[in-house]
Write a protein that binds this ligand. Sequence first.
Ligand code: AHM
Ligand code: MG
Length: 334
Amino acid sequence: MKNSLTEPIVTAIQHIHEQQRSHPDAMGDLSWLLDGILTATKIIQSYVRRAGILDVIGSQGTTNVQGEIVQKLDIIANETILRCLGYRDIVGIMVSEEDDEPTIVKSPGSGGKYIVLFDPLDGSSNIDVNVSIGTIFSVLRCRPDLPDEKTGLAHCLQRGAEQVAAGYVVYGSSTVMAYTTGQGVHMATLDPSVGTYVLHAENLKMPARGKTYSCNEAYCDTFPEGVQKYLRWAKSEEAGGYGLRYIGSLVADFHRTMLKGGVFLYPPTSKNPQGKLRLLYEANPLAFMAEQAGGVATDFTGRLMDKTPTSLHERTPLLIGSTEEVERVMSFFD
Ligand code: AHM
Ligand code: MG
């Protein structure tokens, strides 16, 4: 708890720089890229906080590549990230939930180094009702071994295990950013009076247990049998008092799971037989965060980050959270 006047104040960007300096061959490029993401999320949160005053609530009147209704704030968030990162020349390719194709900023052959994949505004169906929403991001390296093809697609379809950084921002009762560059999970809160993210937790660990499950239980009848058995068990006396929490914004549900322990699950359903969540910019970054915090993530068949993606907007089933709780869910599968 930072409550002493003598306690050092460490900004998120200072922390990111310090972490990068510990890499012998780091050139500061990744810090520069993350700085762009932080700036974008500060701008996004300023819209979110004034959504009822500015004319940004409601749908845009279009659907995205995945057939979902696009909200005005989805577009603002997407354009903000593209504008904040699109002029940093270490960014090679950007992939957004809102865009059908990757955006090439600088082709890998001309020196583009990183791929940034993001869900600009996750949980956007919650925008109109003032419930927490967020931004999720994942960073990969462009692959020097691949031909410099026009679409950049081959560079983007890498396993989650190749991520060099990932994180999210929750626009909740405060704006909180959590990130990893593969050296633990760290968290910072935006101080709105000065516009700076201030670090408040280093090397965060997800509890190994937690008596909370998080899923849209209305779909229960169409979940796989193993999940249905788990849910019956969680409600039984034998389980000893599990609780259900479901916000409907992945980023907020995951944030709670990471801090308090438990499991989040979005299994295949009859409506979404492949699961609903997107592998590249929703599930993979959170899986990286979970593993770095001592938790685990699976698609109910194997380690999530070992999945080789086959398309940009591929969906995946997701089970993520505390190690013992994820194991418990899996124990109900034959
Ligand atoms: P979005 O990225 O278009 O907002 O959709 C993803 C969201 C997740 O945040 C959340 O976990 C899930 O959809 C909720 O889905 P459902 O309403 O089916 O429970
Ligand atoms: Mg989303």
